[in-house]
Write a protein that binds this ligand. Structure first.
Ligand SMILES: [Zn+2]
Length: 335
């Protein structure tokens, strides 16, 4: 009686050797293809960063020097990957004609895997630096917008609606195609940054007169004559009669003329529901329908309408509601 199973005969394992060998090579080929895929993915990611870096004009990715520095690091990281890519191809080719005293493709692949891990650190550093530049700038803009009291997300939605596009994030993605999509999270941040930049451009962050001296703040104040409270919808800025009054953001003149207690008034629409008003002017120097640049002269300080002396009454309106202009001017100063 025999309780032991028959041992595998050496002949049987010898016979199976060619099949096993080709299976090993096929597995090595799969591994080679996987590694190659990873290398190409990473090269795609670096190419996308390089593309965005080249395209960057208005984005201002932290100055020419930092850009050149980053471009150099990008080139080095990609150079490493190019080398690994050719090694991957070499290993894959060897799996198809093994033997002949050449190095085992599996050893080549194991070596490649190790090198890929090392190369990863250089790439991660490049991606982190690029993201850092983008996110740093995005943070600055987000802070400026938050300081005005406006909601960045609501503005982005409004901007998207005004442009008749699906959303602020889809536009950049669509225009740039697959290469940028490879950047995933970085690209979403860049798209947001890009769109916030456009919003930032139309925010009235400047001062309408050269020397800012506030004689009356925005807010509710007592009206002693009528024993009531009234909203002062803007700020009063003291300035001698004839002082130039400048548009605080680019836009289109929607009113230029006499407006009751405001006297001679100019109203500018900046887009996204944001308007500014300049009252008590002694002279108006723009016409309705005219497009004005940031800082363009719209008129001169005066005392027209209900004013006891020469000063500028300045308002910032968002969706027809008056906001405190000082928070806008301060947000502009702080940036
Ligand atoms: Zn006033």
């Amino acid at each position: 009686m025999t309780l032991l199973a028959a041992p595998v005969t050496p002949a049987a394992s010898l016979e199976s050797f060619p099949a096993t060998r080709s299976q090993q090579m096929s597995e090595a080929r799969d591994k080679g293809a996987r590694l190659l895929g990873r290398i190409l993915d990473r090269r795609g990611r670096l190419a996308a960063i390089s593309f965005l870096l080249d395209r960057d004009r208005g984005l201002g990715l932290g100055g020419v020097e930092r850009k050149a520095d980053l471009a150099l690091a990008l080139g080095e990281a990609d150079g490493q990957l190019r080398l690994l890519e050719s090694r991957a191809w070499q290993a894959i080719t060897r799996t198809m004609r093994p033997g002949g005293g050449e190095e085992d493709p599996r050893d080549l692949l194991a070596d490649l895997e190790r090198r890929l891990k090392v190369a990863r650190q250089a790439e991660d550093a490049v991606v982190a630096r690029f993201t850092g530049l983008a996110v740093g700038n995005l943070g600055d803009i987000e802070r400026t917008i938050a300081a005005t009291g406006l909601d960045a997300d609501a503005l982005l939605e409004e901007a998207a609606k005004a442009d008749g596009r699906g959303g602020p994030l889809t536009r950049v993605g669509r225009a740039d195609g697959g290469i940028v999509e490879a950047l995933g999270a970085i690209n979403r941040k860049l798209a947001r940054w890009h769109d916030l930049e456009e919003i930032h451009r139309v925010l009235p962050l400047g001062s309408p007169v050269d020397y800012l001296r506030i004689t009356s703040n925005y807010g509710w104040r007592r009206d002693p004559k009528h024993h009531s409270r009234a909203l002062h919808a803007g700020i009063d800025l003291a300035a001698p009669s004839g002082t130039p009054v400048e548009a605080t953001a680019p836009g289109k003149v929607v009113f230029a003329g006499w407006n009751g207690p405001y006297g001679r008034m100019v109203e500018i629409e900046h887009g996204l529901g944001i308007r500014t008003r300049y009252g008590h002017l002694s002279r108006i120097e723009v016409r309705v329908g005219q497009t004005v640049k940031d800082g363009a002269r719209v008129g001169r300080v005066g005392a027209s309408g209900r004013a006891t002396g020469p000063h500028l009454h300045y308002e910032v309106l968002v969706d027809e509601k008056a906001r405190d202009p000082i928070s806008f001017i301060r947000a502009g100063d702080a940036q």
